[in-house]
Design a protein around this ligand. Structure first.
Ligand SMILES: *Cc1c(COP(=O)(O)O)cnc(C)c1O
Length: 215
């Protein structure tokens, strides 16, 4: 699908388009940049560091992949939004590093609802501890949640998972982040399922292959 049609579709649905540029070259990224794209997503810290130094400063970078605590120091302060906060340990590290650099870092809480992943998700106790910490972490801004559906084309499976993610968002908003006006992002949807995700209430999609394969 060409960039402009996808962008128009996202805008009509008040959805932010993050172009997932992992494994893509600096030239490919510049092609989208020159069409006006500014939000890009990467999943590996080192690959991102190498590419970002060769790219314009006004790109807003999203870290969308699994993140180890010992890599956090390489992300801050340049990263625009970390989508993959899935443990208390990681959140504490992000807060510490942000504090030491005197900045506030934007994050999303990642929820694992996909069939192949559900065994890695937060249990209730871990979730409570993470949320309690995030409610008062001074150097973190909690912007919402991120989630991924099962890798399947079965829309009934995806539909159920997206419904679960949206209800998690609403529960967190109402129970813990009602006063937090930054808590509004639902980062749900990729190349294969972004339309369904938007229908369910996503307002940020992370799209890689659909965009880059058509350049
Ligand atoms: C790779 C990736 C995407 C984009 O996937 P496509 O199917 O290429 O659109 C989105 N989110 C995450 C977390 C990813 O790792």
């Amino acid at each position: 699908m060409d960039y402009n049609s996808l962008l128009t579709f996202c805008k009509e649905n008040n959805t932010e388009l993050v172009a997932v540029s992992k494994t893509r070259s600096v030239d490919e990224i510049m092609t989208l940049y020159n069409l006006g794209q500014r939000h890009f997503g990467e999943n590996r810290v080192q690959e991102w560091r190498e590419k970002k130094d060769l790219l314009p400063d006004d790109i807003q970078w999203h870290l969308i992949g699994h993140l180890q605590s010992n890599k956090v120091k390489y992300l801050i302060p340049e990263i625009h939004l970390i989508h993959s906060v899935d443990s208390l340990k990681l959140a504490e590290k992000i807060n510490d590093v942000s504090k030491s650099k005197n900045v506030t870092t934007n994050i999303l809480i990642q929820y694992k609802v996909a069939q192949e992943e559900s065994k890695f998700g937060l249990d209730d106790q871990e979730e409570n501890a993470l949320i309690e910490f995030l409610r008062t972490a001074v150097n973190i801004r909690v912007n919402g949640i991120m989630g991924m559906g099962t890798f399947t084309s079965d829309e009934s499976v995806l539909s159920k998972e997206f419904t679960t993610l949206i209800s998690i968002f609403k529960r967190l908003k109402n129970e813990h982040f009602i006063q937090n006006e930054n808590f509004k992002i639902k980062s749900i949807g990729m190349s294969g399922d972004y339309k369904l995700a938007i229908e369910h209430g996503s307002n940020m999609v992370r799209i890689g292959s659909l965009l880059f394969n058509s350049l």
